[in-house]
Design a protein around this ligand. Structure first.
Ligand SMILES: [Zn+2]
Length: 428
């Protein structure tokens, strides 16, 4: 595959390199000698690799490399390190990224995408434009055509991962795609059905929806967790209350697909979380209820779509209260060392950039939020080859004009997105 990149900087570099090599060829082959091929030094072997030099690289695991060189070949990172410690293969193209910051593409651990092949394809292509390389759909994917998109992904689209059909008690009036179960036998059967569909994780909702429905009992979620683990599947639980959070942690749940939302958490919950170091939480913070700067979206979406988004960008004291509880709970669990992933819980393809800001406002450091949104996310969605800029990983990276460790909103200042080593066309 021709891996010559098409970014404006890379194109400029490529033409300079080509001019240089033509010059070298011209110098090495005097016009007066028609066929000296066997007597001159052979040209460097053709290389499919590209070396990117000069950028600050945010690795995705907490490390940062200033003035880095990294090499991409065949869609993967093949070498990453400080300038001088990494040498590009002979004949590799070079892209100068001096002054730029590079981070892994973002992973969204909690989404609800469109329930049609065409809609889902667009959802995932738009995410790639926003720098998102993968997203995990949490529980309404009843149609096998959607699962097929995971295994046969459309071009330049974020990788789709799915919990298939999640599990809840019967909730008439709410979406009908989930399994509705009342007994442990039904709960185990639901898990087996999804295991047979080769879903990426099992989703369970533990929520009475403000008293409207009976909720999944501890006995039911214990059966779900046990059956899922028999099949090597992890369980992600939607929670609302502190009490359910405690019971789920005690039962061995793998992922909390929300933070505790009904009240501030207590010492007992913090201790339970500490006792389960592998447990991951996706906070999915609600809107903060204060207007936020959305000017960075101009040019990235149709004007009428942006106007509709701006119309909802208002002061909302109820939202502020809900955000406050969840923000305090997130800060406390982050301080306690809990593994935190980044999720948006919806289908806003640009929402990751807002959620990351909301996590920082809650009290997490930008550096930690970037780990949440990259390598921890890769763990949640189950893609081993994503989430960090390291040899052997997919060459999914974002070139930023400014450093998001200094201001998390700099994740929006995207110069280019590279997905599998190829530049994403960012016009929507
Ligand atoms: Zn959700």
């Amino acid at each position: 595959m021709n891996r010559v990149t098409t970014s404006y900087r890379a194109a400029a570099e490529a033409s300079v390199l080509m001019a240089l090599s033509l010059l070298l060829v011209a110098c090495g082959q005097p016009a007066t000698e028609p066929e000296p091929m066997q007597e001159t030094a052979p040209p460097p072997p053709a290389s499919t690799a590209t070396a990117y030099t000069g950028a600050r690289v945010i690795v995705g695991n907490g490390n940062v490399i200033e003035n880095a060189t990294f090499v991409v070949d065949n869609g993967e990172f093949t070498a990453v390190g400080a300038a001088g410690s990494v040498s590009a293969p002979a004949g590799a193209a070079e892209v100068d990224l001096s002054g730029m910051t590079v981070m892994p593409m973002i992973i969204d651990s909690h989404v609800h995408t469109t329930l049609s092949v065409e809609g889902l394809t667009q959802d995932m292509q738009r995410r790639a434009v926003m720098g998102v390389s993968a997203a995990l759909s949490m529980g309404r994917d009843a149609y096998d055509e959607l699962l097929a998109l995971r295994d046969n992904p459309p071009p330049m689209a974020a990788r789709f991962r799915t919990a298939g059909r999640g599990i809840s008690r019967p909730e008439p009036g709410r979406p009908t795609e989930p399994h509705w179960v009342d007994t442990t036998d039904e709960a185990r059967e639901a898990v087996r059905t999804e295991a047979a569909r080769r879903v990426d994780i099992i989703k369970v909702w533990v929520d009475d929806r403000d008293g409207q429905y009976p909720k999944i009992t501890p006995e039911l979620f214990a059966a779900i967790i046990d059956e899922a683990h028999l099949y090597g599947l992890r369980v992600a639980a939607h929670i609302f209350t502190l009490e359910d959070g405690k019971d789920l942690v005690a039962a061995g749940v793998d992922v909390l697909a929300h933070g505790v939302r009904d009240r501030d958490i207590d010492d007992e919950f913090v201790e339970a979380v500490r006792a389960h170091p592998e447990l991951i939480m996706i906070p999915n913070l609600p809107e903060r209820g204060v207007p936020t700067d959305l000017s960075w979206l101009e040019g990235l979406m149709p004007a009428d779509e942006l106007a509709a988004v701006q119309a909802g960008n208002v002061m909302d004291t109820d939202a502020q209260e809900a955000y406050g509880i969840q923000a305090r709970n997130l800060a406390r669990l982050d301080d306690a060392g809990m593994r935190i992933a980044m999720g948006t819980d919806g289908n806003v393809y640009w929402g990751a950039h807002i959620e990351m800001e909301d996590m920082v406002v809650a009290g997490m450091s930008p550096a930690d939020v970037l780990v949440s949104a990259t390598s921890v996310g890769a763990d949640v969605v189950g893609i081993e080859d994503a989430g960090t800029i390291e040899p052997g990983k997919y060459a999914d990276f974002i070139v930023l004009e400014a450093n998001p460790i200094e201001d998390i909103r700099n994740t929006r200042r995207i110069a280019d997105v590279y997905f599998g080593g190829q530049v994403v066309d960012r016009t929507l």
